[in-house]
Ligand binder design. Structure first.
Ligand code: PMT
Length: 435
């Protein structure tokens, strides 16, 4: 059982999405962790799941109406707003996000959100095209600038038959996101009060978001796209070409960027890591899929290619399992070049600040400098993947950063340290070089 949430008063808001059926499980998980849970449902949410279900699971009456005279006599909306340590809305629809982003108070849930000083967290859920719409993305950014934390959305198959980003995170992932915000500081769930002054551009003494007070919000308003993990290039239905990337370095970068206020899309190869809180994750397998996902996530301000992308794929993927012939002594595979993702991004007319990684086993400086120039990167982070305790799969890494200067290439060597620490340093260097 998690102890970081034990005793916290969580107001669970449910809006009108098909993912509302998962909110019942989320309410149970919250109860199991020892939270006090009260539920507020929008009118539309009740078409997907009944208040009675949530009442039975939480043991508390469910509030659905702003003008509920009985409730106003006992716990009015202001009292409820003050009662909560955290407001967690799951699912949060595009419409609810739009209303919250513009300060509406036209039902109980939006009124509570406007009246509260509690930490506010939401798990968006909607059709992929609605999520990708510039209006929704702008609303998401606006909400984050007000101090909201967004968990997800996830990507994958959608109830409407589409595939893409917009799925609500699974209740377990929402719970761990909530725990992470709690772990970000001893008083984290009480530290998310909205500012009473206009939103400052420098970190305020009262944190505007659930990140620790020491974490700078120097990426607020920026969009960052990061690739992480390996790619898998199918040979036949059961075999593939891949490498040893665990995704840890790329996920560390995504975590740091989100904590510093960026809106992050993490395009991930197959890895066994949880999605960092507040990060939109798009899962892919092959290099071609990774390029497609990256291109759909653009434009952005910063692109970081940390994935170990396979340089080659099978020229033809066999539809049947490749068989050994009698007396066969070997197998010849014909491979074809994969697109170079980071170079494709860097070649765009409206290019983001583009960062590559270089995994080297020898002549690190020569190879990294060559990749920096050939791929037209703004910065390259070169790591010697033969170094013990660094590189693929490990929790630590060491690197040399190279970036172009007037007539010379600059460098900075960073000794072995945790990937989170290296990620923070890389982000510092990027920010120093952003226009
Ligand atoms: O995932 P971990 O286990 O934490 O390990 C981290 C790491 C070792 C994978 C990471 O630190 C790292 O070095 N990532 C880059 C690995 C790599 O593919 O390097 P490369 O030198 O082959 O490629 C150079 C750059 O081009 C990289 O930014 C790569 O993402 C990019 N690339 C390569 C090939 C390709 N087809 N498209 C690309 O975008």
């Amino acid at each position: 059982m998690s102890t970081s949430l034990f005793g916290k008063r969580v107001l669970l808001g449910i809006s009108a999405g098909i993912a509302a059926y998962k909110s019942a499980h989320l309410a149970r998980l919250l109860k199991k962790t020892g939270c006090e849970v009260r539920v507020v449902m929008t009118e539309g949410a009740q078409a997907f799941i009944t208040p009675l279900t949530l009442q039975a699971l939480t043991g508390e009456p469910v509030r659905t109406s702003l003008l509920d005279t009985e409730a106003e006599a006992g716990m009015g909306h202001i009292e409820l707003a003050k009662w909560a340590d955290v407001i967690l809305i799951a699912p949060a629809t595009a419409d609810l996000m739009a209303r919250l982003a513009h300060g509406h108070a036209d039902d109980l849930l939006t009124t509570l959100c406007l009246a509260t000083e509690a930490r506010c967290i939401m798990a968006p859920a909607m059709n992929q095209a609605m999520w990708r719409h510039p209006a929704t993305l702008a609303n998401a950014e606006r909400l984050e600038s007000f101090g909201w934390t967004l968990l997800g959305p996830d990507a994958g198959d959608q109830a409407c038959g589409d595939v893409g980003p917009g799925r609500m995170l699974e209740p377990e992932a929402i719970l761990s996101g909530l725990e992470e915000t709690q772990a970000s500081g001893p008083d984290a769930l009480h530290g998310g009060s909205f500012p009473t002054e206009p939103i400052p551009t420098t970190p305020a003494t009262e944190p505007l978001s659930p990140t620790p007070a020491t974490e700078p919000r120097d990426l607020a308003g920026k969009r960052v796209v990061i690739t992480a993990g390996p790619t898998r290039e199918a040979l036949d239905p059961v075999r593939y070409l891949s490498n040893h990337s665990s995704g840890k370095m790329g996920y560390a970068l995504a975590t740091v960027c989100a904590a510093r206020g960026a809106r992050v899309t993490l395009v991930s190869g197959p890895v066994a890591l949880a999605t960092p809180a507040g990060v939109e994750r798009v899962d892919v397998l092959s290099a071609v899929e990774m390029l497609e996902a990256v291109e759909s996530a653009l434009p952005c301000d910063i692109f970081i290619g940390c994935a170990a992308v396979a340089d080659y794929r099978a020229a033809e993927v066999s539809s049947q399992k490749l068989k050994k012939g009698d007396g066969d002594t070997g197998l010849t595979l014909t491979l074809t070049r994969n697109p170079d993702i980071v170079a494709t991004v860097a070649a765009r007319a409206e290019r983001p600040f583009t960062v590559g990684f270089a995994a080297e086993t020898q002549s690190l400086e020569t190879h990294a400098a060559d990749k920096l120039a050939r791929k037209r990167l703004d910065l390259i982070v070169a790591n010697d993947v033969t170094l013990a305790g660094a590189g693929f799969g490990s929790d630590d890494n060491a690197a040399t950063l190279f970036w172009p200067g007037e007539g010379e290439t600059h460098r900075e060597t960073v000794s072995l340290r945790g990937k989170a620490e290296l990620a923070a340093l890389v982000i510092d260097r990027i920010i120093e070089r952003l226009d």
